[in-house]
Design a binder for this molecule. Sequence first.
Ligand SMILES: Cc1cc2nc3c(=O)[nH]c(=O)nc-3n(C[C@H](O)[C@H](O)[C@H](O)COP(=O)(O)O)c2cc1C
Length: 168
Amino acid sequence: MEAMEAIMTRRSIRRYTGEQVSPELERKLLEAGMAAPSASNRQPWHFIVVRSRETLDRIPEYHRYSKMLREASLAVVVCGDNKVQTTDFWAQDCSAATENMLVAANALGLGAVWLGVHPKEETVSKTRALLGIPGHVTPLCIVSVGYPAEEKPPGNRYDESRVHGEKW
Ligand SMILES: Cc1cc2nc3c(=O)[nH]c(=O)nc-3n(C[C@H](O)[C@H](O)[C@H](O)COP(=O)(O)O)c2cc1C
């Protein structure tokens, strides 16, 4: 898929067929994540790949908007290492990695959705506890991934009123 098409047709996919995502495609998603730009090229990310059905089912018990994980083939928990990037840039770095993975998933025929974690403190601490994430690492979000069992039309969000020529 051409890059513009992959960006413009990406949507949040919350229904999955149950078919397993191969380790090869998982690797491509992670490569896309790690290809993201980051402040001073620090690359402060860590990616926890969760395939365990038991663990995937535990997340919706504390994360209200993550029920689709019960159908997902895998989830990638995107985390920032606050020792590698000590400023707030870690969240932007990890967001860039997350969006890269969402676009790559679309290009690879997968469906995915971003599930917010940081800055919701309770969700952060429950995710830390569930996955054994150390204190200097913060989970930014969870990316739910599977083969799509729903189709969504591309969004059309271009809004001229949000574009400012030269000055506000
Ligand atoms: C920071 C962030 C947090 C999000 N958290 C959730 C979430 O917890 N659960 C969910 O189903 N979708 C979540 N989403 C997905 C948004 O709901 C979705 O991107 C938005 O409605 C636009 O739809 P689209 O992705 O299909 O274009 C999140 C997206 C972002 C960027």
